[in-house]
Design a protein. Sequence first.
Length: 396
Amino acid sequence: MGPDRFPKPARWARDIPISSLRSLFKAVIALAAVMLISACTGAPEPTATPTPTEPASPVPTATATELPAATEIPEPVATTAPTEIPQSDEFISPYTPSAPLGSGASLASVVLQLDLEEGAVYRIRTLTTQDISQSFEGQTFEIGQIMGFEYMYTVTSREPDGSAWVDVSYTRAIFESETPLGTESYDSADSSGQIPEGAEGFAAVVGTGFSMKIGSDGEILEIEGLDEMLDQILSGLNLPDAEMRQAFELTMRQQYSEQAMKEQLGNLLFDFPEGSLQVGDSWSSTQESHVMLPIIAETTYTLLDFDENTALIEVRSEIRTGEGEGGMDFGLFAFDFTISGTQTGTIQVDLNTGLANSVIDQILLGEMTMLIEGEEVNVPLNINQTVQVESAQLVP
């Protein structure tokens, strides 16, 4: 990989000795992992907040920060919908989507589409569990991360063509990280906790939101309120260095642009095919994401089974880095990735709403390249991650 893919380094980095910059390598690990999750899963996750100076100790010091007030949400109501979620103290109930209780043989075909009810409130939770192995200067670094987000979808209106306007709000974020720097954890639902360094972006997104128009095929047609949401997120961050804040704000505005959010939110929903399907039918989709990293995912879906309420779908994907500029620049360093890999899993679609529960396993291999004063440092990557999505209708 050549330096042309990188954003231009900030001017103030030129006076930093190479030895000092390299000492920041471990601090970049967690940030890089967040970036890869966002690019590969399509989930709209905030970027970890960069630390502008070298940590004084191996374990970052937690900073006491007032957490956003917890958002009151209704409890799931008892329904017969297949997406009803058992109550659990865990963020996402551990489960593997299974075949429907009924038999697909009793129905000739099924049509998959999004069918959101006006006035309804839906809860979407995503959980990404990630293990990374990296090698640098003869040493191997093992990193483990867990990131979870909860969204509330409130359907404010529905059009005759089946499209719907939805208010989206971020109501909870969780973050756990185990790196050579130490172990950190954050849960916005815990009002007594502190926000560790690196989790400020997760805390700042809770309580924000926007509106979007979704077609019956799951495509995001329009988005409103992104600028206001981003201003609110940035106002909740404390980045004293002006150039670092400018670089971070530019990255955030790219990640939360309308096109970027359409890509991310569209991937969070199910990719609906046209027409009716029978058991054994397959269809393909190519998704390109340019959020943080140019990523191409070529996916084949196969309908395994269905009944009157639920469809079970197998997912198999090939993932690779696309062409174009990627990576991030935080002044002290810039970095980029090349990756390739596969993902496999199952999606369980509620035929009453079109919302899905899913478990997807990803295996990614690649290389992170850091650019420091024009010098490239190449770091092999081995990434195993599981992405789970859980949907539930709360109202009515």
